[in-house]
Design a protein around this ligand. Sequence first.
Ligand code: SF4
Length: 367
Amino acid sequence: MTENRHNWTKEEVLAIYNKPLMELLYDAATIHREHHDPNTVQVSTLLSIKTGGCPEDCGYCPQAARYHTDVEGNDLMSVQQVKAQALRAKQSGSSRVCMGAAWRNVKDGPEFEEVLEMVRTINKLDMEVCCTLGMLTENQAQRLAEAGLYAYNHNLDTSEEYYKEVISTRGYEDRLQTIDNVRKTNVTVCSGGIIGMGEKLEDRAGMLVSLSTLNPHPESVPINALVAVEGTPMEEQQPVEIWDMLRMVATTRIVMPETQVRLSAGRTQMSREGQAMCFFAGANSIFAGDKLLTTPNPDVNEDMEMFKMLGLNPQKPFTKKVQPQTTEAGDSKYKPLGEKPKWSRPGHVIDKNEEAKAKAQHAKADK
Ligand code: SF4
């Protein structure tokens, strides 16, 4: 059995990534079979509970308020709306609901109380609940855990070096701090990244080093292929080739054998054959639903057809870890602290981001 290692170096990871493809796929598939049922794939539904209007400047994201995209912003959904969507997701084979809010960080207050109620509601539907709400403190992580949260998503996106070329409104260390805050609870960690943002292979390897040297490894690692959205600073990036996706998935599988590796954004650009190869190379999770927050995703029925064709089965909830208990709001051990943590704001200039922002301002002025 291949052991988990937490001391991977960039050189080692790059050497794996650059192996002859057939050898890489064989190694990844072998490790995958040692640790997972190769015919089971976990299915998550991603729900945007609060869309757009985000103050951050992530260069890939159409939800950043400063860029001019077609994304229409929405206020926070109600608990009832979320429950209805979760039930639909459950009926179509999802074991997990991931709720995303376009926030820089979690703020104590009525909206966070609503999110906690959403977590309680979905956990009571016997589904795994995940949230991606931006940076959060240890107390906020404890409150989510107490409500019954199964996983918290907080992507590292890319290497520490390239992060500075993508985002100027927060630092890599903020991401690591939030992951650390989640780790102090019994909530599992979901953290991955995006390829196709103009990064070098060294940056892909660097991101995998950052993730695989965490101890324990994140329980889930989503691998996204950039969806270049018009109006964002990355609108002109070329689509990611399937060969890059395959190498990234296989390398992730090898360096983090027990992790669930998730095919995330960019699946609409992949053929079924391409996706099948990714499952062979160790991907064992997908996002289902026709939208991934704001970008397109294959239809659920198409995915279920693909599963049938490939002989894959959706993973049952709580296969990897027991269902967390839900504590009701009135019985809570943790109270809101009203903290105002000083998350960093490096504020360096990223030319592409500034150009996209200026373009958006002109478009607004021309209206
Ligand atoms: S990725 Fe998240 S934090 Fe960044 S702009 Fe988009 S919604 Fe905001």
